[in-house]
Design a protein around this ligand. Structure first.
Ligand code: SF4
Length: 57
């Protein structure tokens, strides 16, 4: 069976769109705003790291 990692799922629902038999549905979507905030933080972190790498070159 399918197991969802709640720390990684952002509740986008794409898995429900690609299942060929329609067997997947979102029953309790995660707190989307909290997920978006975490993704924004991760993106900012990546930008910072990229900037640091570029400064070393
Ligand atoms: S809802 Fe989106 S992030 Fe969550 S398991 Fe499905 S495709 Fe992955």
């Amino acid at each position: 069976m399918i197991e969802i990692d709640p720390d990684r799922c952002v509740g986008c629902g794409r898995c429900t769109q690609v299942c060929p038999t329609g067997a997947i549905r979102l029953s309790n979507a995660p707190d989307l705003q909290a997920r978006l905030d975490r993704l924004k933080g991760a993106i900012e972190n990546l930008k910072f790291r990229l900037d640091q790498l570029q400064k070393r070159m």
